[in-house]
Design a protein around this ligand. Structure first.
Ligand code: IMP
Length: 428
């Protein structure tokens, strides 16, 4: 089973890092393929908590080579800070490999992100403000700065000047912001480039050669299906393709080399930022889920919007990504409810939908139709086998499995690496 993709099946923050980390020691390469430091993974290993934004989770597994693929956008200041913090805590980051085709987030991208959001007022997307959208826009507009551009000063200066010719017009004339000088950007990028240079390799070749040798490559998704610029709740999405196809374009590994696609689903639903969310709870129930689940963003600290599990949302992700398995996270957070509603259909202006409606407008107007399942009161954080779970918790998992149409192979029952119930191996 050499090629395995991990994809979020809701709106991000499903606990993808935990599922990735489960496989960590057996994986030869752990690759980020999309997004940037808008992502946030929290991992708890031996009681130690690690919050990472850009580094692949595999960095914590000494046997795995961490790789940042071409589909990622990199804020080098953030990357080096993360490396320094982890190194200070005894984690070896010296094996990190970075694609020469990955694009760089600069200060003008961060500025553009913030001013466009502020200017949009009520129409804002609720971005993380990390410059992600503007960097991907420049990539598509063919005016981005890539890792390989950092090693030739003259070439880099020309590219930065060309980008700033346009950005400064917008910043100064539309947003009334200060003019940005090319020199300050170029200097910073050159210094960063020097430090980055030893990590830069042909990651396409590296990964494909690894697969040829039977090595296990884990493609670690950031964000999630419903934040995908093509498949998500557009325009309330991120600017990349976190879906399974993005793993191929974001690394240069072809689809025939992928054997498994693991969808990560939280046992309830959360979302940060703006955009439709049919099962969102605006009352004390939502507040309880937020408090019990510690639902505050790893990246921005924003409180996450919370609601019950929406089977239509996860089923749509399972279909479009061809999930072979689902890893269900945070089941322990649901302990203590007498009844647990699960959304099994929508009512859209009097019409029942058993699948995600085709249009965004219908999705925005959807009212959830719930099926109420029996809850359980036992603490399940010590369970390690499926049969250890209370019967009602087992029934909850089995019902979700039916609704999603994909087997649930792993279940998270607590933040620790060991707090997991494995039903089917994620690799073999
Ligand atoms: P951007 O990716 O910063 O442009 O933000 C676009 C949308 O995606 C916003 O609603 C963000 O809150 C959301 N988003 C981006 N990254 C993540 C993530 O890692 N988890 C959850 N939501 C995210």
């Amino acid at each position: 089973m050499p090629g395995i993709i991990v994809v979020g099946s809701q709106w991000g923050d499903e606990g993808k890092g935990k599922a990735t980390d489960q496989m960590g020691d057996r994986v030869d390469f752990c690759v980020r393929y999309s997004g940037g430091n808008n992502a946030g993974h929290t991992l708890v290993v031996d009681g130690e908590k690690y919050a990472m934004h850009l580094l692949p989770s595999g960095i914590l597994s000494p046997n795995s080579t961490p790789v940042i693929g071409n589909g990622v956008v990199i804020d080098l200041g953030v990357l080096f800070h993360e490396i320094d913090v982890l190194t200070g805590r005894g984690v070896d980051c010296s094996n990190l490999k970075v694609s020469s085709n990955a694009h760089i987030i600069t200060s003008y991208h961060r500025t553009m992100d913030k001013v466009t959001e502020r200017f949009a007022g009520k129409r804002k997307i609720g971005t993380t403000g990390r410059g992600i959208g503007p960097t991907y826009s420049d990539k598509i507009n063919r005016m981005g700065i890539r890792v390989q551009d950092l090693f030739d000063e003259e070439h880099l200066r020309q590219k930065v000047e060309a980008a700033l010719d346009q950005k400064n017009q917008i910043l100064v004339k539309i947003y009334n912001r200060r003019h940005i000088e090319a020199d300050e950007i170029v200097e910073e990028l050159l210094a960063h480039g020097e430090r980055l240079r030893p990590m830069v390799v042909d990651t396409v070749r590296l990964l494909n050669d690894g697969l040829d040798e039977g090595k296990i490559v884990l493609f670690e998704g950031a964000q999630a299906h419903h934040l995908d610029v093509d498949h998500g709740t557009y325009p309330y999405v991120t600017s990349s393709n976190p879906t399974a196809g993005g793993a191929c374009t974001g690394t240069g590994v072809g689809p025939t080399r992928i054997d498994r696609v693991i969808g990560i689903a939280k046992a309830y639903t959360t979302r940060v930022g703006e955009g439709p969310f049919p099962t969102e709870l605006h009352d004390e129930t939502g507040e309880k889920l937020r408090t019990d689940g510690g639902e505050f963003g790893v990246t921005t600290g924003r409180p996450r919007r919370c609601g019950w599990f929406d089977a239509l949302v996860v089923e749509a992700a399972a279909t479009a990504n061809a999930f072979t398995d689902v890893f269900l996270t945070k089941l322990d957070i649901l302990s203590g409810w007498d009844r647990i509603p699960v959304c099994v259909a929508y009512d859209v202006n009097g019409t029942r939908h058993d699948r995600l409606p085709m249009s965004q407008q219908e999705f925005a107007e959807a009212t959830p139709i719930y099926e109420e399942l029996d809850g359980w009161h036992e603490d399940i954080s010590g369970c390690r086998e499926f049969d250890d779970l209370p019967v009602k918790a087992q029934d909850y998992v089995k019902r979700l499995e039916e609704l999603i149409g994909t087997r649930i192979s792993g279940i998270g029952v607590g933040p620790g690496r060991e707090q997991t119930v494995m039903v089917h191996d994620l690799i073999d």
